[in-house]
Structures are given as structure tokens and as C-alpha cells.
Design a protein around this ligand. Structure first.
Ligand SMILES: NC(=O)c1ccc[n+]([C@@H]2O[C@H](COP(=O)([O-])OP(=O)(O)OC[C@H]3O[C@@H](n4cnc5c(N)ncnc54)[C@H](OP(=O)(O)O)[C@@H]3O)[C@@H](O)[C@H]2O)c1
Length: 312
């Protein structure tokens, strides 16, 4: 297996999208599935990538945590709450020089993972690409590319590593940054102002601009979020936050946020890695964030009530 080979752990919407984009660019790529995934029996899997009226088929070799091939470059695209368990599952396959790139949303897990497995190079990523799984059954899986965005990668090293050239060849805008924390905080700040409100009010993003009481709530949230972001050492990520949030709300007016989709589907949300991280940082810095705290509690309560409902 060539050294320019990526293993994708978490072949859901975003993982499948990037697997297809790497494959399309001629960069070797295979998928690491859960041992229980029935697709493993076939050894390979087709993924159809749809964008507008264009559909392309990509075929991937499959592996599981028990496969023998060593992993040199691992892209992890699970939800934030699955990251640590999924990485732990593939530890026996990781080569001593392995690079682990984390592409989940939110903050709080990056440092923990780097500290937990210091022998590997852990790089953070963040993307504003949009994708969803159209079908997930049978021989084919389909992924719809819902919107193009920017994908950042970064670590404390100054320059981009050699492997980043793989990402410059794919049909997506990928950027290497030496200030990844600023990117992650900016995305977190925008997510905190939009996602919990849409999940709790079961509304499209656009309602946050159209409904007076929600627009006011966004404004008040932004004040708290900007204060914490700045105090956490990322003033650039706090600049003109409310204006940027309103721009995102208008540009994505017809979208259902990922948190709303998770709540609607009865899945856990990534709230602990978004508002949860913001509120924990605020507490550490002795900053009051009553509005964000109240949203955090409300989303957690909603998740708990859904879990209880399912277990009844
Ligand atoms: N989708 C988007 O448009 C988008 C955009 C920007 C950022 N993101 C972020 O990207 C991350 C992934 O989102 P997503 O929408 O791609 O989620 P998703 O469709 O649910 O994909 C996550 C995948 O990870 C798999 N997984 C979890 N634990 C695993 C394990 N131990 N071994 C192997 N596979 C495992 C899941 O398998 P199961 O289904 O079997 O659990 C699922 O296929 C999230 O943090 C999200 O916020 C998503």
C-alpha cells in the first residue's frame, strides 16, 4: 500500500464525501468500518457521490479494526462523541509514524486525544462542506454533496506537512493554517449561536432572522459567546460575531441545522462539544453565560427525555 493512502474512520456523510473526493483525485483511500458492519463481508463498497445532476461511483476497499494492513494516515469523521472510542478501536493498526486527522465538529476533544496518544501526530480539521447520506442500505451507499465550503487543517507546526498535498489535489477548497484554534473557535461561536436555538424551537435556520424573539436571542447569545471567545485568547474569532452569524443564518435560511436533525432523529447531539465547551471555558474564566447555560441544559434535557422515551 502506498504511503499516500488514507484510511477513513467514520464513513458517514462527511467521511464518504472526502473518501470520494480523495479517490476522484487519485489519492488511495479505504474505509474502516465497524466490525459489525455487514458490508465487510463483501470486501469492497461502492459509494455514489451526487452533486447537482452529476453522480459518480467510487469503489473502496474495506477494513475493520481487526484488519492487518497498517494505517499511516487516518482521517476520523465520526461525530465528536464517538471519536475517542473509534480511535481506540484501531490502535493496533496504527503505524508508529501515524498521522491522525480529526474532522469532527466542536472543541474539547482535540487536546484530550493528543495527550492520550502522544506517540502519534494529531492534527485538527474543520469543514464547512455539507453532505448527507441519501441511502445507506444494500450494496450501494449514496452521499449528496449539499454545499461547497472550506476545509481547514492545522497543528502547531509552522508549515504544511507533505501529506497536505493530497488535500490540495481534491475538488474542494482545503487550507492549511498554523492558527487552527482560531478557526475552531470561530466555527464553535457560530454553531453556538445557531444550532441549539434551532433544535429547541424545531425551526429552520432562517427563522432565527425572521422571528423577532429568536433574533433577539441570537443577539444576546452572541454577546456572551464573543466575551468568552475573546477571553479564551481568540479575539479574532470574536470579531463582528453577530454580523457573521446573521450572514450565515441568511445564507443557510432553508437549512435544518445538524443539531435539529439529530434531535428530530432521536440521536444524541454534539452539544457537549459546542455550547458545553463554551460554558465550561466560561466557568474556568469566571465569566457568567446564563443564556448559553440555559440552552445547554435545555438541549441536554431534551436528549435525556428522548433516550427515556426510547427505553420505555
Ligand atoms: N454532514 C455534514 O454536512 C457536516 C458538515 C460539517 C461538519 N460535520 C461534522 O462531521 C462529523 C461527522 O458528521 P456526519 O454528518 O458525517 O455524521 P454521520 O453521517 O453520522 O457519520 C459518522 C459515521 O461515523 C461512524 N462511526 C461512529 N463510530 C464508529 C466506529 N467506532 N467505527 C467505525 N465507524 C464509526 C458512524 O457509523 P454508525 O452510523 O454505524 O454509527 C457513521 O457512519 C460531525 O462532527 C459533524 O458535526 C458534518
Amino acid at each position: 500500500m502506498d504511503s499516500r493512502h488514507w484510511h477513513i474512520l467514520g464513513a458517514g456523510s462527511i467521511g464518504s464525501l472526502f473518501a470520494c473526493l480523495l479517490d476522484q483525485a487519485g489519492v488511495g483511500c479505504s474505509l474502516v468500518l465497524r466490525p459489525s458492519d455487514p458490508a465487510l463481508e463483501r470486501g469492497s463498497l461502492d459509494i455514489l457521490l451526487r452533486e447537482g445532476s452529476v453522480t459518480n461511483r467510487h469503489n473502496f476497499a474495506l477494513g475493520s479494526p481487526a484488519s492487518a494492513a497498517p494505517i499511516h494516515q487516518l482521517l476520523v469523521c465520526t461525530k465528536a462523541y464517538d471519536l475517542e472510542e473509534s480511535i481506540a478501536s484501531v490502535l493496533p493498526r496504527l503505524a508508529p509514524d501515524a498521522v491522525i486527522v480529526l474532522l469532527a465538529n466542536g472543541l474539547g476533544y482535540q487536546q484530550r486525544i493528543a495527550e492520550q496518544w502522544p506517540r502519534f501526530t494529531v492534527v485538527s480539521g474543520s469543514t464547512t462542506e455539507g453532505a448527507f447520506r441519501a441511502t445507506h442500505h444494500g450494496q450501494n451507499r449514496e452521499v449528496q454533496r449539499a454545499g461547497r465550503g472550506i476545509t481547514w487543517f492545522g497543528a502547531s507546526e509552522l508549515g504544511a506537512p507533505d501529506w497536505f498535498s493530497d488535500w490540495q489535489e481534491i475538488d474542494a477548497h482545503c487550507v492549511w493554517t498554523s492558527d487552527m484554534d482560531a478557526v475552531l473557535w470561530r466555527k464553535l461561536a457560530i454553531n453556538c449561536a445557531i444550532n441549539p436555538l434551532t433544535a429547541l424551537h424545531h425551526c429552520l435556520n432562517g427563522a432565527l432572522a425572521e422571528r423577532h424573539e429568536l433574533a433577539l436571542a441570537v443577539r444576546e447569545l452572541c454577546v456572551e459567546i464573543a466575551t468568552v471567545t475573546e477571553a479564551a485568547g481568540h479575539p479574532e474569532a470574536a470579531t463582528h460575531l453577530h454580523t457573521s452569524v446573521m450572514e450565515v443564518i441568511r445564507a443557510t435560511a432553508n437549512n435544518r441545522s445538524s443539531m435539529l436533525q439529530d434531535i428530530s432523529a432521536g440521536r444524541p447531539t454534539e452539544i457537549d462539544y459546542l455550547t458545553g465547551h463554551l460554558v465550561a471555558t466560561a466557568e474556568r474564566l469566571h465569566i457568567a453565560t446564563p443564556r448559553n447555560r440555559s440552552l445547554l441544559n435545555a438541549v441536554r434535557e431534551l436528549e435525556t427525555s428522548q433516550t427515556l422515551g426510547r427505553n420505555r
